[in-house]
Structure formats: structure tokens, C-alpha cells
Design a protein around this ligand. Structure first.
Ligand code: FES
Length: 231
């Protein structure tokens, strides 16, 4: 058993009183340590703020912008605006103007096996404004409007040809001019033939027919008109 120690006043303390006195001393020491640490941290922050203030004070004052610099900045800003506007205009120009299935846009026809047979009458597409005509040369999309004054010509089974009701112009199944006041053969729309999503053949400015492959996909682009040959 530990010997009793005298208190600050000289009185002897019991073991419990000694233990209590030791705990109080330890708490006082801890409190002092935390206080020192807080002071240290506070000093660090203050030091940083002081350094920042010194740097700010040492920074040279901002130079006034010269006339030449101002003009350079203005030209740069104007050029940037022009470039952005050109980019936006190009983006919107590249977007298709017509939806699929809308006149002026693309009309999917399906595979070659769904096209009208060679010996069948042409099939009219009202939305696309064309006659789908297939003969031994291949398939064509003939614009429904007469090349004379713009009437809508019709297919005649009796005479196996197109005839215009307005002034009597006549055209063969493939669209070539036969007779009448029309100045040229029938106009056509571009047809594309696709295999695995890739265009393998398309109507060119000559207006030739596209060969029919039963497994290939065909689309008509009513945004591209190919003028008929003049007579
Ligand atoms: S508009 Fe067709 S012949 Fe005149």
C-alpha cells in the first residue's frame, strides 16, 4: 500500500485524496498542451494571411490597355463570333430539311422483291409524287408532273404509256418522250440501292434505271430531281 503524501497545505492525504489530486494534475497538464497546440495552429494561419497580404502589396499595379491591344482584343472577339455563327449555320444546313416519308425527303421502298414486276403497270406514290416504274432496264421513280406546263399525267393501260390530259403529251413507261408539246422526257427522282446499309448504286444525272436485286434495299430521294432529256 502506497504511503500517504502531504498536501500543498502540509496535511497528509488519504489514498483516495492522493488519487484525486493526481487526476486533477493530469487534466491540468492536458489542458495546457491543447492550449499550446491551438495557439500554434492559430499562429500558422496568421502567418499565411500575412504572407498573402505581403504578396498582394508587392504585386505591380495593372498596366492600362493600349489602343493597339484594345483593337487586337476587339478583332479577336469579332472573329470568334463570326466563326461560331458559321459553325452553327453549317450544322443546321447539314441537317435534313425534310422528314422521311415527306415530299422532299427519303421514301424507303423495301427490298427489290417488293417492287412492281417488270411486266406490271407503274405504281403511283401520292405522298412522294412519283410513279415507280420497272421495265427490263430496271426501276425508276418518275416525277408525276408533266414537263410541259405541270399537269399531272396518268398511266393508260390501253395504250401502255403515260398521257397528259392537258395538252396530250405522251411518254413511254420508262419516261421517255413520245409526242406532244412537252419539251423533254419525264423528270425523275434519285433512287439508291443499298446492300447491308451501304449505297452500291444510285441514279445519276443520266437518269438510267437501277437494276433490281430482290435482296437489296431501295430508297427514293425526292429531294433530288433529275431532269429528263430535251427533245
Ligand atoms: S401540261 Fe402536259 S402536255 Fe401540257
Amino acid at each position: 500500500m502506497a504511503n500517504p503524501k502531504p498536501s500543498d497545505t502540509g496535511e497528509e492525504l488519504s489514498p483516495e485524496q492522493q488519487k484525486f489530486a493526481e487526476i486533477k494534475q493530469q487534466q491540468a497538464a492536458d489542458s495546457e498542451y491543447r492550449g499550446d497546440r491551438g495557439q500554434y495552429m492559430k499562429s500558422g494561419r496568421q502567418q499565411k494571411e500575412e504572407e498573402k497580404a505581403v504578396k498582394k502589396a508587392e504585386r505591380p499595379p495593372a498596366k492600362p490597355v493600349t489602343r493597339r491591344e484594345f483593337l487586337n482584343y476587339a478583332w479577336g472577339a469579332a472573329l470568334g463570333v463570326v466563326l461560331v455563327e458559321a459553325g452553327v449555320a453549317t450544322f443546321f444546313f447539314a441537317l435534313p430539311r425534310f422528314k422521311e416519308g415527306e415530299f422532299g425527303g427519303i421514301f424507303p421502298l423495301g427490298t427489290g422483291s417488293t417492287l412492281p414486276p417488270v411486266d406490271a403497270a407503274p405504281v403511283r406514290n401520292l405522298d412522294g409524287q412519283f410513279w415507280l416504274s420497272n421495265d427490263t432496264d430496271g426501276v425508276r421513280a418518275l416525277y408525276r408532273v408533266c414537263t410541259h406546263l405541270g399537269c399531272l399525267y396518268e398511266w393508260k393501260d390501253q395504250t401502255v404509256r403515260f398521257e397528259c390530259p392537258c395538252h396530250g403529251s405522251k411518254f413511254v413507261k420508262a419516261g421517255q418522250y413520245i409526242e406532244g408539246p412537252a419539251p423533254r422526257s419525264l423528270d425523275q427522282f434519285k433512287i439508291q440501292k443499298l446492300v447491308n446499309g451501304q449505297v452500291v448504286e444510285e441514279t445519276t444525272t443520266g437518269g438510267q434505271a437501277l437494276t433490281v436485286d430482290p435482296n437489296a434495299e431501295y430508297v427514293v430521294d425526292t429531294g433530288v430531281v433529275i431532269r429528263g432529256q430535251s427533245v
